[in-house]
Ligand binder design. Structure first.
Ligand SMILES: Nc1ncnc2c1ncn2[C@@H]1O[C@H](COP(=O)(O)OP(=O)(O)O)[C@@H](O)[C@H]1O
Ligand SMILES: [Mg+2]
Length: 254
């Protein structure tokens, strides 16, 4: 199959860190320490995926990347600057995104599973304001508050996202069924082939299978690039599905 790209490639090539403090959260997380030691997080691909166990630092990294890219760290686009809590992103100040000169995304969105509710409220609030074009049609026409969490996620990606954007997603599978994950995979493929860049933290063996995506796995040593078959979610899920009863029995024995 020949893939045609209408645009020139990713916007952000890599993330590096400058002068990181050595103490305190989040600077003690191994993946962040790796950046402090000079490791570079390679993002120079239409789709970069970050996986790793709970607590390995995926959200910390994607949040800092989103903040360094100028996206609202509570979720949303550049235009959404609402804040419901004091959002501090200490890592963002030290994170340096190396961009491709001359390439700027026209759109951007940071999707955090846990705060999409607030994004939905912000859409409704902005649509109450007079003299501004309605936002809701670009989100599929139905308020995310009136859709299931998973449905509104897919609305967002299908109707609001485009082919000239930088999209940072943190565990987008949280609200999605297996077929929902497959629909998201197809949409990410289409938009990234059209020129958008995606950086996604995920545990989903389905999303990890996005063709051509580069996977970095975070662990107690830092982060490393792995092939699909060697990643923790895929290895563990395969072992589980091969014989669920035995797996559960072993878990209980442990
Ligand atoms: N605001 C915070 N203050 C202190 N520690 C935090 C904070 N947020 C997350 N952590 C800790 O940082 C580590 C990495 O968290 P996180 O990036 O959310 O991991 P992941 O997304 O990979 O599950 C965890 O040990 C977590 O408990
Ligand atoms: Mg997380």
């Amino acid at each position: 199959m020949t893939r045609t790209r209408t645009a020139g490639g990713p916007y952000v090539r890599e993330a590096r860190a400058d002068r990181l403090p050595s103490e305190g959260w989040p600077f003690t997380i191994p993946a962040v320490r790796a950046l402090a030691d000079g490791d570079v997080l390679d993002l120079d691909h239409p789709v970069t995926l970050l996986c790793g166990d709970n607590g390995s630092g995926k959200s910390t990294l994607v949040e800092a990347i989103a903040a360094a890219a100028g996206l609202n760290v509570e979720g949303g686009s550049r235009n959404f600057q609402f804040s419901t809590r004091t959002t501090e992103v200490p890592l963002a100040e030290h994170l340096r995104l190396v961009r491709h000169p001359g390439r700027r995304p026209r759109d951007g969105f940071f999707l955090r599973a846990e705060s999409y509710f607030n994004v939905a409220s912000e859409i409704e609030r902005l649509d109450q304001e007079p003299d501004t074009p309605p936002l809701l049609p670009t989100y599929g026409g139905v308020s995310p508050h009136e859709r299931s969490h998973g449905e509104s996620f897919l609305d967002l990606v299908t109707h609001r996202f485009g082919t000239d954007g930088l999209y940072v997603l943190d565990e987008p599978e949280a609200a999605l069924s297996v077929t929902g994950c497959m629909a998201l995979l197809a949409q990410v493929m289409e938009l990234s082939e059209g020129g958008s860049q995606f950086i996604i933290a995920t545990h989903s063996p389905i999303l990890l299978a996005i063709p051509g995506a580069v996977i970095h796995q975070l662990d107690e040593h830092g982060f490393e690039r792995l092939e699909y078959d060697d990643t923790l979610p895929v290895v563990t899920m395969r072992a589980f599905l091969a014989d669920p009863a035995r797996f559960v029995h072993r878990l209980r024995a442990d």
